[in-house]
Design a protein around this ligand. Structure first.
Ligand code: FE
Ligand code: MN
Length: 335
């Protein structure tokens, strides 16, 4: 009789035996990821290149917003990939979850490739784009915060076999999945998807739409992993621990608000910094509720069309581009 599988500290179960499965949700997210397969080179960029290079084609404010988002996402995708491979994968030995983590790692590689493709096709200066996380304060502060709240896992002696160790691991998972992928990506998603709504920079906007679709699954997997660890180890979920987690998420929201204000010094594309800030607060409440923490803001969703994009299933694509062709399975299940 073999030992029952657990999410953490599975020292007596075989990490190579994925069958029989216990964590069917991890399996489902793997299938959802495969059904969404895409590559950036399939997205035509000719109109984007013409508009980007045409004198007066984009306003200085529009170019500023695009460059800020290129600067943030270009390195954030690699940071996420490194976190999965170097930290999370080491400690989550369950084979169903590892199968999903491998898929997520591949998707982060596709996202990293997206920004290589954008730099190449638009002719952006890679020295400028890839230095932004050191030179642009609103980006640097987001990345430094994620590194700061997730650094203990990089200690090679870190273990999850105590209450403190499990709390630290969940704390860091919230840094990776809820704050980085669930909050720090979303002001950028609203901004970049707003271009396609005006039928401009449609190729870049479409790629951000595919990334958003992938990230929604990453966030759902991460939230289920966090909730699953807490359910198996309820003693870690103390009032003081929950308070610390809420403080971190609140700090993340403040940094994302500062980033939105830096990207949008003037209202453009039907967006204002205030609207984007309200959106960030709205999604932060959804993230809190998803991991069983109390919501903080009570903000409305100023961009209901974002949920339509995220909830897109087999219907006609919102931007009338080619998403459906990438959906090679009928098993999409949005959170
Ligand atoms: Fe990503
Ligand atoms: Mn991701």
């Amino acid at each position: 009789m073999s030992k029952e599988k657990t999410l953490l500290n599975a020292t007596e179960t075989d990490p190579n035996k994925i069958l029989p499965m216990k964590y069917l949700w991890a399996r489902q997210y793997y299938k959802n990821g495969v059904a969404n397969n895409w590559t950036p080179e399939e997205v035509p960029m000719q109109n984007d290149v013409e508009l980007w290079k045409k004198h007066g084609g984009l306003t200085p404010d529009e170019k500023h917003l695009i460059m800020r988002n290129m600067g943030f996402f270009s390195t954030a995708e690699s940071l996420t990939a490194n976190n999965i491979v170097l930290s999370i994968y080491r400690h989550v030995t369950n084979p169903e979850c590892r199968q999903y983590l491998l898929r997520q790692g591949f998707e982060e590689a596709v996202h990293t490739d997206t920004f290589i493709y954008c730099c190449d096709t638009l002719g952006l200066n890679p020295e400028e784009v890839y230095a932004a996380y050191e030179t642009i304060p609103s980006i640097k502060e987001k990345d430094e915060f994620v590194v700061e709240i997730t650094k203990s896992l990089l200690d090679p002696t870190f273990k999850t076999d105590s209450t403190e160790g499990m709390q630290k691991f969940v704390h860091d998972l919230i840094g990776y999945y809820v704050i980085m992928e669930g909050i720090f990506f979303y002001a950028g998603f609203v901004m970049m998807l707003s271009f396609a709504r005006q039928n401009r920079m449609v190729g870049v906007s479409e790629m951000f739409q595919y990334i958003l679709r992938d990230e929604s699954i990453h966030l759902a997997f991460g939230s289920d992993l966090i909730n699953g660890i807490v359910a198996e180890n309820p003693k870690i979920w103390t009032a003081e621990f929950k308070r610390q987690l809420s403080v971190n998420i609140k700090k993340g929201v403040e940094l994302e608000e500062a980033y939105a204000r830096d990207c949008l010094p003037n209202g453009i594309l039907g967006l204002t910094a205030d609207n984007v800030v309200e959106y960030v607060r709205h999604i932060a409440d959804r993230r809190l509720e998803r991991i069983n923490l109390d919501k903080i803001y009570g903000a409305n969703n100023p961009f209901p069309w974002m949920s339509e994009v995220i909830d897109l299933k087999k219907e006609k694509n919102f931007f009338e581009t080619r998403v459906n062709e990438y959906q090679i399975g009928g098993n999409l299940n949005w959170d």
